[in-house]
Design a protein around this ligand. Structure first.
Ligand SMILES: Cc1cc2nc3c(=O)[nH]c(=O)nc-3n(C[C@H](O)[C@H](O)[C@H](O)COP(=O)(O)OP(=O)(O)OC[C@H]3O[C@@H](n4cnc5c(N)ncnc54)[C@H](O)[C@@H]3O)c2cc1C
Length: 393
């Protein structure tokens, strides 16, 4: 027997949960399907901290940041759980892009200020600053283990159906408003059809989408940040991003820019960005690559005097990378795609949910920058040595 539904969202990570939230609060009939149990750690949206780094200059991202700051508050009010921890964020290492960011944020009314290296060190003596820094007091941290249940709870309160332990194993486009799906459920195989399907399957995207949907190449990597033990529990920590050029003087062993923040109860998180080994989401090792791990400890010994680089715990998580590190937010026939968040999507989650809900209901386009048909070119390939397109994240 075939069950016919209005809108089905595949993937209950950050982006799928936010899309279901947006659709349900608009009164749409929506079903969210997630293959694993709530709180699983197999994808990209687990753990208690993500950087709400406002360090962008690109107008599309800056506009989405301004909207996300409001929508995180909306979710906070609807769920009764404050979503943002306002520690502020501080970026250093690249005065040129910091100046661009300052101008872009000021233009939309997001606060930012330049500090000298000495002023920044005075404020945050757990971090070493050798160049001027950009401080963004409205930045801070988000908490996936709080946000995902909040999105899903509010969506359910507005009529959404959320099913965990259900894996979509086959998807076929039968017509402009008809998608056929085969599901593996705890009680056996099930057949569903839906008028509109949103695919937010993270690292599994390339293995699920029908051939009719062409996307820029997606490369899944296993990322391995660390939590270091703080030397002094009283030290104050903002979110931090150190924009460095791997191989440049003083950074001979560096793999990429470094991001980090305080994770209450776990330590000071620090990580390379997008340098993990390529992997298949169902065949992961969950083990850190030793050379990168030791290089990160070497980095911490020099640039994070507030941590003990010899006491740490390992984290494992997946990035789904596009060549240009820009997202894919697009609709192809009855399939709406949200993929390729390239390690910097979490801060934008509620806005991505809004855009995907607009696409799925035909009530609005996505920024052209995120089209699935774009020629996605790796910016670092264009000018050797330049940093990642934005952030680190
Ligand atoms: C180590 C690390 C640090 C990060 N730090 C930051 C940060 O500081 N700031 C920031 O903004 N971003 C950060 N990010 C990025 C951010 O976490 C991701 O962009 C975001 O979580 C991606 O969410 P998603 O919903 O696309 O993916 P996921 O959370 O992986 O969700 C996809 C879901 O789809 C489900 N699924 C897949 N296939 C199927 C199927 N066939 N049937 C049913 N279910 C299916 C999966 O089980 C999974 O739950 C970080 C990411 C990592 C890995």
């Amino acid at each position: 027997m075939v069950t016919r539904l209005d809108i089905v969202v595949i993937g209950g990570g950050a982006m799928g949960s936010a899309t279901a939230w947006q659709l349900a609060t608009r009164g749409r009939e929506v079903t969210l399907l997630e293959q694993f149990a709530p709180g699983h750690t197999n994808g990209a949206s687990h753990g208690t901290t993500r950087n709400l780094n406002l360090g962008y200059a690109d107008p599309t991202y800056v506009g989405m940041l301004a909207e996300s700051l409001m929508l995180w508050e909306t979710l906070g009010a609807q769920s009764g759980s404050e979503q943002i921890t306002r520690t502020g964020t501080v970026n250093h290492g690249d005065p040129v892009s910091q100046a661009d960011t300052l101008a872009a944020l000021t233009a939309v009314g997001i606060r930012a200020e330049e500090l000298s290296a000495a002023e920044a060190t005075e404020r945050w003596n757990g971090i070493r600053f050798a160049t001027p820094a950009l401080h963004m007091p409205d930045g801070g941290q988000l908490n996936p283990d709080l946000a995902l249940p909040s999105f899903q709870r509010v969506a359910t309160e507005h009529g959404a159906t959320i099913r965990h332990g259900v894996r979509v194993v086959e998807m076929t486009v039968l017509g402009e408003n008809q998608v056929h799906m085969v599901l593996e459920t705890p009680s056996g195989t099930e057949i569903l059809e839906a008028r509109s399907v949103v695919v937010t399957a993270g690292a599994w995207t390339s293995y699920l989408i029908p051939d009719s949907v062409r996307l820029p190449q997606l490369r899944v990597t296993q990322e391995q940040p660390l939590h270091f033990a703080p030397r002094d529990a009283q030290t104050g920590w903002p979110g931090f991003n150190h924009n460095i050029v791997p191989g440049s003087p003083g950074f001979e062993n560096a793999y990429s820019p470094v991001y980090g923040m305080l994770t209450p109860g776990e330590g000071i998180k620090a990580g390379w960005h997008g340098t993990g080994a390529q992997t298949h989401p169902d065949q992961r090792s969950f083990a850190s690559e030793p050379k990168q791990l030791h290089a990160l400890r070497d980095y911490a010994r020099v640039w994070l005097p507030g941590v003990n680089a010899d006491i740490f715990t390992e984290i494992s998580c997946t990035y789904t990378n596009t060549p240009d590190e820009d997202f894919i937010l697009d609709r192809i026939g009855p399939i709406t795609m949200g993929a390729g968040f390239s390690g910097h999507g979490f801060k934008f989650t509620p806005t991505i949910g809004r855009i995907l809900a607009d696409l799925a209901t035909g009530s609005g386009p996505a920024p052209a920058k995120f089209s699935a048909g774009r020629r996605a070119i790796d910016p670092t390939a264009l000018s050797a040595g330049s940093r990642s397109a934005h952030g680190p994240f």
